[in-house]
Design a protein around this ligand. Sequence first.
Ligand SMILES: [Zn+2]
Ligand SMILES: [Zn+2]
Length: 194
Amino acid sequence: MSMPTYKVCCDKCDYEAWSLKLWGAKEYIDSEGQRIPVDVTLNWCNECQSLEPVESFDHTEEYVKKLKEALNNIKDNTNSVPKLFYIRLMSWFRGADQCFLNEALEYTRKIELDFKRKGTEKCLTCGADDVHIYSGNKGIDWQLKFENDNDNTITNIQHPNCGGEFYISTDVIRVAMSSDMRTFTINGEELINS
Ligand SMILES: [Zn+2]
Ligand SMILES: [Zn+2]
């Protein structure tokens, strides 16, 4: 399967990086063996001296919304009677409830991790936490939507030690996607041979 990848360039020097650096499935595995998806954005790593995939804990609001949706789905399935819900919880679940409950638990773990780890983001290439975090709408997401197909997109992200500014070029190439899975502890340290 091939996917579009875009290029981030500096407007002052010839530095460039491709968004395919963000690709590949990544998961945290917590102390109970539960898997939690890893969010990444391209950010500047001082150790690598380049834009690298860096952990992101900036999607809390989105996960809270998803958690509410999952809980509402469970509530709807149980006729809005909390007591009934607990009785059902003790006895059996319909498949759908089990699925929403698993979703709710995953979002809960994700929100917990966002609060715990925000401010301690690590570079997922070298493992260092010496990174510049460009959060919110300044972050470079791999699913980036172009504002205008014909124009370079300004990022407002400075190239450290250069003074230039990164922009996203309209050049897009399609590259075969790898199916590698990398796993990390909840502190962002890579688990080898797992
Ligand atoms: Zn530069
Ligand atoms: Zn790095």
